[in-house]
Design a protein around this ligand. Sequence first.
Ligand code: GDP
Ligand code: MN
Length: 392
Amino acid sequence: MNVHEFQAKQLFAQFGVPVPRGKEITSPEAAAAWASELNTPVFVVKAQIHAGGRGKAGGVKITKEKGAVAGIAKELIGKTLITHQTGPKGRKVHRLLLEEGANIAKELYLSILVDRDTGWPTFIASTEGGMEIEEVAEKTPEKIIKEAIDPAVGFQGHNGRNVAFALGLQAMEPAVINPFVQMLGNLYRLFMEKHAALVEINPLIITKEKTLVALDGKVSFDDNGVFKHDDVQKMRDLNEEDPLEIEATANNLNYVKLDGNIGCMVNGAGLAMATMDVIKLAGSEPANFLDVGGGATKDTVAAGFRILLKDPNVKGIFINIFGGIVRCERIAHGVIEAAKEVKITVPLVVRLQGTNADEGRKLLAESGLKLEVANDLWEAAQKIVKLTGKAA
Ligand code: GDP
Ligand code: MN
């Protein structure tokens, strides 16, 4: 789960990480009122969407005129921002962050995430702040600093000093070394206590006044840990989430929307991954990941169909079930019942294997439904790819 920059900064403040004075704003009137209260030489108005690259897309405006703030807010609220992270459709801006401007002397990059190789929380830092970190990693990998934290020991001062010296802070601005080490300790606490998946500050700035300030903030949370944190749950903004994913969550389905045209319904996450691979291998692209779980019922299958068919990109559906815990004839009944409730308008290929697969296939074949039954995964994938045509 992702949150907005203003919410990330609320968490930063709570954990002792310095941020500019600022507030979430949803109307030009509120912007004008807060601008008066802020009383700062420079105002920064920032569109709040769950995507980066706002600066380049016109979503970050800076002004010295208090009187201009309301006008900027009016212009940004309701605007659709297209950044390299939003996709071509962009994202509509519903809220802004209005904060005091900072005097930037140097922009750094800092984040903490779990390194997949070691399984340890790991700081990533770079002197190339304000830029796309992916680009830095690709073009100048030597500029990426990593410091892994042994979770059994926790964050130690030397971890922070390692990063500080690798960045060259002693040459850049020695006054910020101690606050920097302290900041890393605070970010580590935030990361661990709130079950975050990523905490990122880009840019982290050294100001002309020789202080450190988190000028941008991104926090995403491990979805499996969110239930432990009421405050984090309250930060959820459904405006920013895919409506189909929201509906899937409400039906206890594990669904992730993708860009292809073959809708997949599979039991088990591993099999769902394999199904997407095999669709690609057969020359097309999956429209989604959908795990209906081991205990799939008629209702879950029906909910799955509804969600798949609401995606206008779906040109065919591939149901791939391995009957282990769940029996195939039950799934077949589920598919038949669901098809009665939800009109299926695209080609459908069903592959059943495992417990009572023969019975399940027989039921489907005799159901009168327009579908193709397959025994073998590869055969099934080729069938659905043929029926839907190549992905664009
Ligand atoms: P992003 O483009 O979505 O990552 O948004 P950021 O919050 O990183 O803002 C983009 C850029 O705006 C930053 O890299 C800064 O260069 C600039 N910026 C943001 N806040 C301030 C500020 O207070 N003062 C100045 N001078 N520049 C700022
Ligand atoms: Mn940024």
